[in-house]
Ligand binder design. Structure first.
Ligand code: NAD
Length: 265
């Protein structure tokens, strides 16, 4: 038997908004494996729910809007003070203004481009800069992406461009931090019904199509993202993987031709 033991390990989980958040699906196996977790959340509206979710854990909850350098500095100063060092970071957050999902990509404004890129891509760089300073023994940083960063998915628009920047950032960060023993990876997840997903026009169709057309003929469960995240975050399993975008999408990304139900290739 291969026991995953994260006791003595400490990590930061960013992006839990509620029990449906992918960040929460990732936090659970980490906590069950014995890791001590700190959670950062966007604003005070989220705090009561997060307190309820994490009630059984010895967790530190810290507010951090990733567009604010002061918040990021304060977050990592608190982590340094409370824990001395950390072993991993889960970056599971993104945002683009609603209009960017509703209007054709060609109409995106400079301001909306900037906002989506800032929250959804630059924040990983800003977090990695600071996290590396408190990972003296190496570590693992994980972010979440989606196939629309590589291919056109209708309505995803600006967020697709931000995911492309995010995945490229993963590679450059992994290159910079590799010599320090810090790994940086992305999981590209298939559609899961979360608050962020619901803000995407036509998400229901994306969800149905992914379930119908994936190799496994089903959608993924959030817990499957959690399982793969655990592997990448823990040195026992993930120590050789960095600069990668791995898919948790029941094989959807590898399909080259979508065929009607019942059609045999
Ligand atoms: P979610 O709504 O549960 O989580 C999004 C999180 O982003 C929230 O906690 C929100 O507070 C946070 N956030 C937004 N702006 C922020 C800011 N300025 N500062 C700090 N935090 C901020 O939705 P989710 O689907 O769990 O999203 C998590 C990640 O997973 C995102 O990167 C998303 O693009 C990615 N993802 C989601 C799916 C899906 O289908 N749900 C698929 C692939 C990738």
């Amino acid at each position: 038997m291969y026991n995953i033991d994260l006791s003595g390990k400490t990590g930061l989980v960013m992006g839990v908004a509620n029990a449906r958040s992918l960040a929460w699906a990732i936090a659970q196996p980490l906590a069950l494996s014995g890791a001590r977790l700190a959670y950062s959340y966007q604003g005070e509206r989220i705090l009561p729910g997060l307190q309820e979710l994490t009630a059984g854990q010895d967790a530190t909850l810290i507010e951090c809007d990733v567009t604010k350098d002061d918040d990021l500095d304060a977050l990592f100063a608190t982590l340094a003070e409370d824990y001395g060092k950390i072993d991993f970071v889960v970056h599971a957050l993104a945002f683009a203004p609603r209009v960017t999902f509703e209007r054709p990509f060609i109409e995106v404004s400079r301001e909306d481009w900037r906002t989506a890129m800032d929250v959804s891509a630059y924040s990983l760089v800003a977090v990695s800069q600071r996290a590396a300073g408190i990972m003296p023994d190496g570590g693992s940083i994980l972010t979440l992406s989606y196939l629309a960063g590589e291919r056109v998915v209708p309505n995803y628009n600006m967020m697709g461009v931000a995911k492309a920047a995010l995945e490229a950032s993963v590679r450059y960060l992994a290159y910079n931090l590799g010599p320090s023993g810090i790994r940086v990876n992305a999981l590209s997840a298939g559609p899961v019904r979360t608050v962020a997903a619901r803000s995407i026009s036509g998400f229901g169709d994306m969800f149905t199509e992914a379930g119908r057309s994936s190799m496994m003929k089903r959608n993924i469960e959030a817990s499957e993202v959690g399982g793969m995240a655990l592997a990448l975050l823990c040195e026992q399993l993930g120590s050789g993987v960095t600069g990668a975008t791995l898919y948790v999408d029941a094989g959807f990304h590898s399909i080259g031709m979508f065929v009607p139900d019942g059609y045999e290739l």
